[in-house]
Design a protein. Structure first.
Length: 298
């Protein structure tokens, strides 16, 4: 696989690190790169493109790649002013047998995968509620960049959690409603709360730039027990806890798994992307459409 990266910001640099010898060229009109425009890169030199660009620049580049039959990994999220652009690009991609994959690397967090497996196993019984908190300590650091404009933390972190909810609970997840949005230290929102009450499980989401210590936690409550995640691998030890309910009451039995490893999600996601290409999986933007609709409402 021969890959070029468009956009050599934080995400582009991070992606390059995990491509190894598969990386061919960098493209960036502002930063130091091999090319200023993708149209300057010889088509015969590459097979796929990693797009790490701002939202308003993505459509034109995605369209160019599809027309030239290049597979695409797009950094989350994808927002188009016209939702019909999703169906247009999807149709083109399927006709040209091109894989367009939107990157949500948290799906490859080991304990997120474990959570999905335990949900599918029915060990938890009837699902009641799920609370997810995702907090960064970056209020000061995001000033003067895109995270301190528009919807701020809502644009940055909410898409990840919406995607995680669909990963775990599928299409049973319904609409989310904004409960609270605050600007404690920033011009744009740096803290927000959301709720979804119409699906098979009630979901509460909280995102923040004013946590001061990077923090992720999840509590899934159900009729036969509960499942809990504390921390992401990239921030240190990550713990998964499964508690089996004791009837009629009492202290539950507990299974705990602690991981201490470097962030594995970027490598695993790249392998997943290559597998999609190998299996010739058809491009499907339905998840992106749903996420954009939730973001537009909130």
């Amino acid at each position: 696989m021969r890959i070029i990266i468009i956009g050599m910001g934080i995400q582009g640099i991070k992606r390059k690190k995990y491509l190894g010898n598969d990386f061919i060229y960098s493209v960036d009109k502002f930063k130091s790169a091999d090319f200023k425009s993708i149209s300057d890169v010889p088509l015969k030199d590459y097979d796929a493109v990693f797009i790490c660009l701002p939202d308003d620049e993505k459509f034109k580049v995605v369209k160019y790649c599809i027309e030239n039959k290049k597979h695409i990994l797009i950094e989350k999220p994808i927002f188009f002013k016209d939702l019909k652009n999703f169906s247009r690009l999807q149709k083109m991609a399927r006709q040209n047998k091109v894989v367009c994959y939107t990157a949500y690397n948290h799906r490859f967090e080991p304990h997120f995968i474990k959570m999905k497996k335990i949900i599918n196993s029915k060990k938890l019984g009837k699902l009641y509620s799920c609370r997810i908190f995702y907090g960064n300590g970056t209020a000061k650091l995001v000033k003067k960049n895109w995270r301190d404009r528009g919807k701020g933390v809502r644009t940055d972190l909410l898409p990840h959690l919406l995607d995680v909810c669909r990963f775990w609970f599928g299409k049973s997840v319904k609409e989310f409603k904004l409960i609270s949005s605050s600007k404690f230290e920033n011009k744009a929102p740096d803290h927000a709360l959301f709720i979804s009450e119409r699906g098979r499980v009630k979901i509460n989401l909280e995102i923040s730039y004013v946590m001061w210590k990077n923090t992720f936690s999840c509590d899934l409550l159900a009729s036969k027990g509960s499942a809990h995640i504390n921390n992401l691998c990239k921030w240190g030890k990550s713990t998964f806890t499964f508690r089996k309910r004791k009837f009629p009451s009492g202290k539950p039995s507990e299974e705990k798994k602690i991981l201490s490893k470097k962030d594995p999600t970027w490598h695993l996601e790249y392998q997943y992307f290559k597998n999609l290409i190998k299996k010739k999986i058809k491009t499907d933007f339905s998840n992106d459409i749903w996420i954009q609709k939730q973001m537009k409402k909130n």
